[in-house]
Write a protein that binds this ligand. Structure first.
Ligand SMILES: *[C@@H]1O[C@H](CO)[C@@H](O)[C@H](O)[C@H]1NC(C)=O
Ligand SMILES: *[C@@H]1O[C@H](CO)[C@@H](O)[C@H](O)[C@H]1NC(C)=O
Ligand SMILES: *[C@@H]1O[C@H](CO)[C@@H](O)[C@H](O)[C@H]1NC(C)=O
Ligand SMILES: *[C@@H]1O[C@H](CO)[C@@H](O)[C@H](O)[C@H]1NC(C)=O
Ligand SMILES: *[C@@H]1O[C@H](CO)[C@@H](O)[C@H](O)[C@H]1NC(C)=O
Length: 306
């Protein structure tokens, strides 16, 4: 009987204990999240963020199981207006920052480059302006940076060569107003996915390629890149190569016809010349992938090589 009684008491204590410790969230983080909520004028999306609940259980955030510090903030509804709040810089253990499809304005704050644990940043589809802060490249664990479909201007920072330490890197900067020459140093980075399309970038993009890279998807279309394609090497892993609407010259390397996984390919609207490689790899693409060049010739284009 006493044993049962003890068990009963023990269970009560356990229940009581878990009720008291229900607030796992670190009070500093809770305070920061309330400041963030306030900066966005208490947007409706934050309605579940109330003082009497545990912030580790709140919608749009998550906490680390052991430290109970906020590790993820993701708000992807068209709800947030205004700049990225300074208080985000207090969330030092953030690994995941995902604020896309909002109305974020102003520039990308420098302090994001101090949130050392970030592995993923997605600020795509907003109204962010100004330059890309060079500080982002000091994030040692970053594996994915998505800033596409904003109004960012200026060059791609030279410092981005720092991402050479980050394996398997994904970078998307398409549909902005980026300009200036592509930094040569970017050739040191081993990108897996790279999308720079629909900007006003200039210079030599051949540095991005090479047989030893891990590239799978590359889109640099609709820029003002000028370089000779003749001697550029491509890795076997490549499955999508979009180069259209630039000022790329020279000829198509024979190796392009031998890429085993190529699913998407477009070199139209450039200044290429010479015969289209006859290998199997390019056979699946129609003339519109090659059209509007200076003097490309041979199948699938209607004009034969002389
Ligand atoms: C986003 O901003 C535009 C004007 O800049 C406004 O018309 C629109 O209502 C805003 N969207 C939301 C969801 O607040
Ligand atoms: C971040 O987490 C570490 C443990 O990994 C902890 O010691 C530190 O206090 C946390 N810092 C902040 C500001 O969240
Ligand atoms: C970034 O966010 C957008 C909008 O939510 C989403 O569509 C896209 O898939 C995200 N990018 C990646 C690769 O995670
Ligand atoms: C680039 O990454 C791929 C795998 O993603 C790897 O096989 C390759 O060796 C790397 N190349 C360089 C130059 O680091
Ligand atoms: C290649 O790009 C051109 C120009 O943007 C476009 O007209 C054509 O349809 C594209 N071809 C393919 C196969 O996507």
């Amino acid at each position: 009987m006493t044993n049962h009684y003890q068990l009963f008491l023990f269970s009560i204590l356990l229940l009581l204990g878990s009720a008291l410790s229900a607030e796992r969230c670190h009070p500093d983080d809770k305070k920061t999240l309330f400041q963030i909520k306030k900066s966005f004028n208490n947007a409706y999306t934050f309605a579940s963020w109330t003082p009497d609940t545990d912030c580790c259980g709140w919608y749009l955030v998550s906490c680390d199981e052991t430290t109970h510090r906020i590790t993820s903030l993701s708000v992807n509804l068209p709800n947030l207006n205004g700049p990225i709040p300074k208080t985000v810089s207090n969330l030092k253990n953030l690994t995941f920052l995902w604020l896309s499809h909002n109305n974020l304005t102003g520039s990308i704050p420098d302090f994001i480059g101090n949130l050392n644990k970030l592995t993923y940043i997605n600020l795509s589809v907003n109204k962010l302006t100004g330059k890309i802060p060079p500080s982002l490249s000091s994030l040692p664990k970053l594996g994915a940076l998505f800033l596409e479909r904003n109004q960012l201007s200026g060059p791609i920072p030279d410092s981005f060569s720092g991402f050479k330490k980050n394996p398997d890197f994904y970078l998307k900067l398409h549909k902005n107003q980026l300009s200036g020459p592509l930094p040569k140093s970017l050739g040191a980075v081993n990108f897996t996915v790279l999308d720079l399309s629909r900007n006003k970038l200039t210079g030599d993009a051949s540095v991005l390629f090479g047989e030893k890279k891990g590239l799978q998807t590359v889109d640099i279309s609709r820029n003002k890149f000028t370089f000779d394609l003749t001697k550029v090497g491509f890795p076997k892993s490549l499955n999508s190569l979009e180069l259209s609407h630039n000022m790329i010259y020279g000829s198509l390397p024979m190796a392009l016809g031998k890429l085993p996984y190529l699913q998407q390919f477009n070199v139209s609207y450039n200044r290429l010349c010479g015969e289209i490689p006859t290998g199997k790899g390019l056979k699946r693409f129609d003339e519109y992938s090659f059209a509007h060049n200076k003097c490309l010739c041979g199948s699938p284009l209607p004009n034969p090589c002389k």
